[in-house]
Design a protein around this ligand. Structure first.
Ligand code: HEC
Length: 268
């Protein structure tokens, strides 16, 4: 596996800075304060909408998702998100929250996984059932510590793959996740870039996604963030729910172990 490579040379093309002008910093602080008011977060409305969707019969089988087993037993939503991704014997796969809900839609409601994947990300300013469902499930773990299990060999395999992918440089720009996310205090175009290798840094995203993204005017899940960062790396689109995305999420969740969930987050 490649070592995290964060030489200054590798950073030069990224317009990264630790500073920034005082005026910019002030404006940014005001903006962040406005974002931090929990009552200003449209994510709560989306979580409520997700709960309604969870309980409403849908799909060819006209069934609800209330019998979905998210890892803690059929029908248990409370606390389940805090312990994902995890191995699911019935599906024969390590799954994150998005893919598990997709699996329940397929098995309980008869909605094919491919259809779920196609509609998973809403357009800017839009909403998708999946974004609302994921947010609902995640919000039922608010305040709980992140404790994705790493006991099953397949969970350990996912972690190892996630770690390898995190450091794997590829694409025309030769970036890896580590190029942008293994430095403490780094910023890109005024956005803080959390160091995902430290517990504090990994906790920044892992406690706050799914999140409401103000610049997208939509709820976004970690699956979308993975797609977005691969896009930033100028890599081909990473498939929704692919093993690589789940592996990366497993890796980051482990790095953030014990941090308390505060979802929905509210982000730029
Ligand atoms: C070219 C630089 C770059 C690369 C490479 C990159 N990212 Fe990102 N990442 C960003 C930027 C920019 C943001 C958004 C920061 C913001 O808007 O606050 C971000 C945000 C994130 C977040 C959410 C952070 C938060 O504060 O909530 C996660 C998680 C993440 N990236 C993971 C990854 C992973 C995993 C990879 C590799 C597949 C990766 N990134 C590759 C630049 C990058």
């Amino acid at each position: 596996m490649l070592a995290p490579k964060c030489a200054v040379g590798a950073m030069a093309g990224l317009a990264m800075a630790v500073g920034g002008s005082a005026a910019q910093a002030d404006d940014l602080e005001v903006y962040k304060q406005m974002l931090s008011d929990p009552f200003a977060n449209p994510g709560y409305l989306a979580a409520d909408a997700g709960e309604a969707l969870w309980q409403t019969p849908a799909g060819p089988k006209n069934a609800t998702l209330e019998g979905c087993d998210l890892g803690l037993g059929a029908g248990v939503v409370d606390g389940a998100f805090a312990q994902m991704p995890r191995w699911f014997e019935d599906a024969g796969r390590v799954m994150d929250v998005d893919t598990r809900i997709g699996w329940c839609r397929e098995t309980l409601q008869g909605i094919p996984m491919a259809e779920t994947a196609k509609g998973a990300f809403s357009k800017r300013g839009g909403r998708s059932d999946m974004e609302q469902l994921v947010l609902y499930v995640a919000s039922k773990s608010e305040g709980l510590p992140i404790q994705a299990p790493l006991a099953h060999p397949k969970e350990q395999e996912a972690y190892a793959l996630g770690e390898a992918m995190f450091f794997r440089r590829a694409g025309t720009l030769d970036y890896s996740c580590a190029t942008c996310h293994s430095n403490t205090g780094a910023r890109i175009r005024l956005q803080d870039l959390p160091n995902l290798l430290t517990p504090e840094g990994a906790a920044v995203p892992m406690t706050t996604w799914p999140t409401y993204r103000v610049s997208h005017e939509s709820v976004r899940t970690m699956q979308h963030r993975m797609w977005d960062c691969y896009w930033q790396m100028r890599m081909p689109d990473v498939a929704w729910g692919s093993d690589v995305t789940i592996a990366l999420i497993t890796y980051m969740a482990k790095n953030a172990e014990g941090a308390e969930l505060a979802v929905p987050g509210l982000k730029r």
